[in-house]
Design a protein around this ligand. Structure first.
Ligand SMILES: [Mg+2]
Length: 232
C-alpha cells in the first residue's frame, strides 16, 4: 500500500484565479474614493482593517467588503457621500460572481490521482461563495470530500486528514499559500507542496520550513502527480 493515501488541495489561486479579482476590486475601490480621501492613507487603513477583521469575521469576500466600508468611514473625516457605500457594496457583490476557470493541468492531475488517492478540497472563505465556485469549476466530481474551514491550523489539518484519510503522516497538502497551506500542514505531519501563484495576498506569505524533508515547491499543478509518484 502506498505511503501517501490522501491529498488535500487548496482552492483559491491553487485550482483557479482568485486574488487577481481582489486586486482589481481594491483598485476600483481606491479609484472610487480618490476624490474624497487620501488614497495612500486609505490603502494602509484597508490593509490594517482587513488584517484585524479576520479574527472577527473570518476570511472571504464578506469580511473584505465590511473592511472596505470600515476603512472608508475611518479615513474620510465624515464627509463621504452616502452613495459611496452602495458602490462599495457593489464592488463586493461583483467579487462573489467572478468567473471560475480551472488552471491548465488541473483536470488531468485530479483525474490521474483520483483512482489511487482520496482527494479533498480544504479551503477557507465564505461558505456560500466557496460552494458556488466549486460547483462552477466543474471539479466537484473528483473530490471525496470538501472541507470549508474558518482557519487552516495544524490541528485542523490533523483532524481533517484523520477523519477522511489515514492521518496526517500519510497525507499531502497542496496550495499557493505558504502560511495557510504549507507551513501548518507540515507542522501537522503532512507533506506540504507549495505552488506559488501570480498574485499573493500579504497574509499568505511565510518563510520556508526549517525541516524541508516534507516540503516541495512546484511551478505547476501538473507536476503534482510526479511528486506523488516519487514520494510513493
Ligand atoms: Mg489559496
Amino acid at each position: 500500500m502506498s505511503t501517501l493515501t490522501t491529498i488535500g488541495f487548496d482552492a483559491d489561486d491553487t485550482l483557479w484565479d482568485h486574488e487577481k479579482y481582489f486586486v482589481d476590486s481594491k483598485t476600483r475601490y481606491l479609484d472610487l474614493l480618490a476624490p474624497y480621501v487620501d488614497v495612500i492613507a486609505l490603502e494602509a487603513r484597508l490593509h490594517e482593517t482587513e488584517t484585524a477583521n479576520v479574527s472577527l469575521y473570518g476570511f472571504g469576500v464578506k469580511s473584505f467588503t465590511l473592511s472596505m466600508i470600515e476603512a472608508a468611514l475611518a479615513t474620510d473625516g465624515g464627509d463621504l457621500p452616502s452613495p459611496c457605500v452602495s458602490d462599495i457594496l457593489q464592488i463586493g457583490r461583483e467579487l462573489l460572481v467572478h468567473p471560475v476557470d480551472p488552471y491548465p493541468g488541473v483536470h488531468d492531475t485530479l483525474d490521474a490521482l483520483r483512482s489511487t488517492h482520496k482527494l479533498l478540497v480544504v479551503t477557507r472563505g465564505d461558505l456560500v461563495d466557496q460552494e458556488r465556485k466549486l460547483a462552477a469549476s466543474g471539479l466537484l466530481g473528483y473530490f471525496h470530500e470538501i472541507e470549508i474551514v474558518s482557519d487552516k491550523t495544524p490541528q485542523v489539518y490533523s483532524r481533517i486528514f484523520t477523519r477522511h484519510g489515514d492521518g496526517p503522516r500519510r497525507a499531502m497538502m497542496v496550495g499557493n499559500s505558504m502560511r495557510a497551506d504549507v507551513v501548518p500542514a507540515i507542522e501537522a505531519g503532512c507533506f506540504g507542496i507549495h505552488i506559488p501563484s501570480d498574485y499573493v495576498w500579504s497574509m499568505d506569505i511565510d518563510s520556508d520550513p526549517q525541516d524541508i524533508s516534507r516540503f516541495r515547491r512546484l511551478t505547476s499543478i501538473a507536476d503534482v502527480a510526479a511528486i506523488v509518484a516519487e514520494i510513493g
